[in-house]
Ligand binder design. Structure first.
Ligand code: ADP
Ligand code: ADP
Length: 235
């Protein structure tokens, strides 16, 4: 479902060629349909840059990114925007619009993807049910707990019925109990929707809890990768 080959991404400080940072330094990655794949690494390892290259929020300097059989790195702006609808993303700090209700936040994602107004209401209700927030459609983000906010983030990410969900430290701002309930929800969605999940985290417990496959990232490279059961049993 996700195929990455030879990915490199360097950041250059403006006008200062001497101060380049190689964030991703030649990564190959293959995530099968229906897998839950974790990229584990410390802060600065390049995880976030890698994830942002998967939906082309960052354009890689080198390498190819193919999602669901479509090579994103070969697409121009307009077709890329359409292809991106097939890739949902959730964030550490939720990234909700505080002036819109829970339903409004989810509906916004549907507006962007061109779902007609008369279908939106029903679809919003369906999405909120899916994430266990059926009763909170009219609440504002400021009235919700962290776990509830992330559920809104997940509903919004799934609005366009993507096949792939990218998770950028989605549970890092949550307490252990809430983390567990969000991870359970992700696993449930993985199974019910056959959703392929690629997550980045600095927490081994997250990988152990829901990932079937994982890679360890350090200084822009994968230093280990494979089935989680194998990785855990290595010396
Ligand atoms: P992680 O998600 O593992 O913490 P990042 O991908 O955020 O790693 O960062 C990898 C490296 O790239 C770090 O050295 C970071 O400082 C640098 N970096 C990330 N984003 C930018 C940016 N927009 N401009 C310049 N350097 C960046
Ligand atoms: P906001 O003020 O937050 O933008 P609106 O009330 O304008 O929210 O609603 C935006 C969209 O959200 C509506 O077009 C509708 O599709 C959807 N929506 C609003 N309230 C509900 C609800 N209770 N259940 C389902 N969908 C809703």
């Amino acid at each position: 479902m996700i195929e990455i080959q030879g990915l490199r991404k360097t950041y250059r400080a403006k006008g200062r060629r001497d101060r380049a940072v190689v964030a991703v330094d030649g990564v190959d990655l293959s995530v099968a349909e229906g897998d839950v794949f974790g990229v584990l690494g410390q802060s600065g390892a390049g995880k976030s840059t890698l994830l942002r290259c998967v939906n082309m929020l960052e354009r890689p300097d080198e390498g190819t990114v193919t999602v669901g059989g479509v090579e994103l790195t070969a697409l121009k702006r307009r077709p890329l925007r359409l292809a991106r609808h097939g890739i949902g993303m959730i964030h550490q700090h939720f990234a909700l619009l505080s002036s819109r209700t829970v339903a409004g936040n989810v509906a916004f994602a549907l507006e962007v993807t061109g779902v007609p107004r008369n279908e939106r209401r029903e679809r919003v209700a369906e999405l909120l049910e899916l994430v266990g927030l059926g009763g909170r459609a009219d609440a504002y983000p400021g009235q919700l707990s962290g776990g509830q906010k992330q559920r809104v983030g997940i509903a919004r990410a799934l609005a366009a019925r993507p096949k792939v969900l990218l998770s950028d430290e989605a549970t890092s701002a949550l307490d252990p109990e809430t983390t567990d309930s969000i991870l359970r929800l992700l696993l449930d969605l993985n199974q019910r929707l056959n959703l392929t999940i690629l997550l980045i985290t600095h927490e081994m417990t997250v990988v152990k809890r829901i990932c079937r496959s994982a890679a360890v990232m350090r200084e822009g490279r994968f230093v280990e990768s494979g089935a989680v059961t194998d990785l855990l049993h290595r010396p």
